[in-house]
Design a binder for this molecule. Structure first.
Ligand code: PSU
Ligand code: MN
Length: 306
């Protein structure tokens, strides 16, 4: 029931490196029309690093592993695109709906398709204020049960980062910093939280993946946390000020459920004069490039995705 792009079919057959890319960042995380250019740019970056991109989304009820030009255009341009977590997939398929996939739905479909490396911007997680209102992204639990490596700039800094790291520990998800001993802060290079493990090369990351398979433990993910370079991060003081305003605005306007994350990201873009967008893009670009390098290292080990 999965539809593969031609490139992905060939890559799977020949054991070439593949990087799964999520689509909610395109449809709901970035402003139009820039989001379309970004989608194309990210795919190009994967190719440049020697891997095949597989942007994942559901179009007319069909989960697609790799999109053609038209599919990418729809994800970026169609205002009616839904945001699909993994729990939404059965309904989207049954009703013929179209939607972009979040980290949870993308990781699920990618693993089903036999892909092992996935790039995004920042994971979802435990929202601030969770002691009063339970809002934890489905990303976390799905990753606890899915053997995939997610390259990300940590979790979104709009979240309660320490609480999210605690949840990842409880859930048994492996967290590794890439070239850093501090957990990245999405728009910011650091979150102020330590990370217990550090790798420094794509090959070291691939070694962790291989060890995961050799140990044959629970089917959890590896989070490879890759910081945005310091010179490209959002100014921390601006970040803190505008984020406080965004959180207050979300509360005031009664934003709930799936709408919370896009609302906060959109508010930051608007009220930082676009600076948060540039930091977000810098983070995603870095993650996509690193994911491609890890995918190459992984296939060079002869692991062939599975
Ligand atoms: N990374 C970004 N921008 C985004 C996302 C990730 O740089 O918009 C998306 C991912 O799809 C992630 C989702 O799964 O945000 C989290 O949404 P929620 O908090 O509603 O689970
Ligand atoms: Mn949520």
């Amino acid at each position: 029931m999965l539809k593969f792009s031609d490139d992905v079919i060939i890559a799977l057959e020949t054991g070439a490196p593949i990087v799964a890319l999520e689509s909610t960042i395109i449809s709901h995380g970035l402003p139009r029309p820039r989001n379309h250019a970004v989608a194309l740019e990210l795919e190009a970056a994967v190719r440049e690093a020697g891997a095949v991109p597989a942007t994942i989304a559901v179009l007319d009820g069909v989960p697609c592993i790799g999109l053609d030009r038209k599919g990418l255009e729809r994800i970026a341009g169609d205002e009616g695109m839904r945001k699909l977590g993994h729990r939404d997939l059965p309904v989207a398929v049954a009703t013929g709906a179209s939607g972009a996939t979040t980290v949870s739905a993308t990781a699920y479909l990618a693993a089903r398709a036999g892909l092992r490396v996935f790039a995004t911007g920042g994971l979802g997680g435990v929202h601030r204020g969770w002691t009063d209102e339970q809002d934890e992204s489905a990303d976390l639990r799905l990753l606890a049960g899915t053997r995939i490596t997610v390259v990300c700039a940590g979790v979104k800094s709009i979240l309660d980062v320490p609480a999210t790291l605690q949840r990842l520990e409880t859930l048994g998800v492996t967290v590794v910093g890439y070239g850093t001993t501090e957990f990245p802060g999405f728009y910011l290079s650091g979150s102020g939280q330590p990370v217990d493990w550090t790798v420094r090369t794509p090959d070291e990351a691939a070694c962790v993946m291989a060890a995961q398979d050799d140990l044959d433990g629970p089917p959890s993910a590896v989070i490879l946390a890759n910081p945005v370079p310091e010179h490209e991060q959002l100014d921390p003081a601006l970040h803190d000020r505008v984020l406080a305003e965004a959180l207050a605005a979300a509360e005031r306007e009664g934003v709930t459920g799936q709408a919370v994350t896009p609302f906060l990201l959109g508010h930051l873009v608007e009220h930082t004069g676009g600076a948060s967008l540039e930091a977000n893009l810098a983070a995603v670009r870095g993650n996509v490039r690193l994911a491609a390098q890890v995918a190459v290292a992984w296939t060079e080990r002869g692991a062939h995705h599975i």
